[in-house]
Design a protein around this ligand. Structure first.
Ligand SMILES: [Zn+2]
Length: 385
């Protein structure tokens, strides 16, 4: 990074905002805004705008590398300290980061690099979050769910259902624990029906149950279609063969919640493994804070991510997520070229083209590829062309 390079990128960002206005979120006058520099993602905060045009003007004039806004609505969003803002409510947000998802490609490129496969995996977690949890289990409508590419390694999901606006930190944490499968006791899925048989009958989860019980039962039945799938859940070979041979009977029994069809010695472990295959993947505490903390700040949709030069693109609908290709569709600086000295260990694939790897070489690249490498600290801008 250099002063000259930062200046060139700042001009590019200003140019982007000149042609992309109307980036205000709903209830702009009640949101806190924060802006980042090349050194710090949040350099200035407690900023408020009365009208959408004021935010547009700020972006064009300053070209900030990062623009964030609050999950919260406040009566006085620029007041300090936080208590004086007078909290009115917060949307519910989730941060799905490719770094937290164990993908095969990480064995090649480690955690510091991001590739298309990482982003496909993140997209799958978003689909799971929305379609397996937020819509069926919480009853949110897809119209109230907004999905945005983060501009770097994943996606941000926003829920604006009026019922969740006033939830406090603890309720938000419970929702987070539910979708990320934290602290779920699979023992509680079973109860012994003492009225049936001498041993009592184990009544457990059935696929028609709601929530986690139904998800685990369905995933189990799906696994019974293949011996390999069962052994990968930790079921021993003999038991897997027995279940496979009696598949129809097992399906019928589990359909009624009866798990006494055949002893699975380590049933609780198998259920835990099933649970982990169904949960939404999320790793670190910082991501969990996004959901838990009602005053959290997150990237403003359709603004530039100053760590990549890509747009934190807002998806028009959940249906659009499937065809969305972030490394093509989120390119901001599509015009021109820049000469850079690049040094990158991995090939960068952007806009369907491959760039590098580079070993301390001077190359002329499309502006979007040059800025991506520059902002990742893998290139120095030599001259604008
Ligand atoms: Zn990858």
């Amino acid at each position: 990074m250099s002063e000259a390079g930062n200046k060139i990128v700042t001009e590019l960002i200003k140019g982007y905002y000149r042609f992309h206005r109307g980036l205000s979120p709903d209830r702009v006058e009640q949101r806190e805004f924060a802006f980042g520099s090349f050194e710090s993602k949040i350099a200035f905060r407690h900023i408020a705008f009365k009208r959408p045009a004021d935010l547009d003007k700020y972006l064009v004039e300053n070209g900030p590398p990062f623009a964030d806004y609050s999950a919260a609505y406040y009566r006085f969003p620029d007041a300090r300290p936080m208590e004086r803002k007078e909290w009115l409510g917060s949307e519910l947000r989730f941060d799905i980061d490719a770094n937290d998802i164990p993908t095969q490609c990480k064995l090649d490129h480690g955690k510091e690099w991001i590739c298309e496969k990482c982003l496909v995996a993140a997209k799958e977690e978003v689909t799971k979050l929305v379609e397996d949890f937020l819509v069926p289990d919480f009853g949110f409508s897809e119209k109230e769910i907004e999905v945005n590419f983060s501009g770097n390694r994943g996606y941000h999901v926003h829920v604006r259902d009026p019922r969740i606006l006033k939830l406090g930190a603890q309720a938000r944490e419970e929702i987070s624990d539910y979708v990320f499968g934290n602290g779920i006791d699979t023992d509680a899925f079973f109860k012994v029906d003492a009225g049936v048989g001498a041993r009592g009958k184990q009544l457990g989860p059935s696929p028609s149950d709601g929530g986690w019980r139904g998800k685990v039962a369905k995933a189990f039945l799906e696994a019974t279609l293949s011996k390999e799938a069962m052994t990968s859940l930790g079921i021993d070979k003999d038991t897997a063969s027995w279940i496979f041979r009696h598949h129809d009977a097992v399906r019928e029994q589990v359909g009624m919640g009866n798990w006494d069809f055949h002893p699975i010695p380590n049933r609780q472990d198998v259920l835990s493994t099933l649970l982990h295959t169904q949960e939404v993947k999320q790793g670190n505490k910082i991501d969990r804070n996004v959901t838990r903390e009602p005053s959290h700040l997150i990237r403003l949709p359709n603004t530039i991510h100053g760590g990549t030069g890509l747009v934190a693109r807002k998806l028009p609908s959940m249906a659009a997520l499937g065809a969305f290709e972030p490394l093509k569709d989120a390119i901001a600086f599509g015009k021109g070229e820049l000469r850079v000295r690049a040094s990158s260990k991995y090939a960068l694939v952007l806009n369907g083209q491959t760039f590098g790897p580079y070993k301390e070489e001077a190359v002329t690249l499309p502006t979007y590829a040059a800025t991506y490498l520059y902002l990742k600290g893998l290139a120095d801008v030599l001259t604008a062309r």
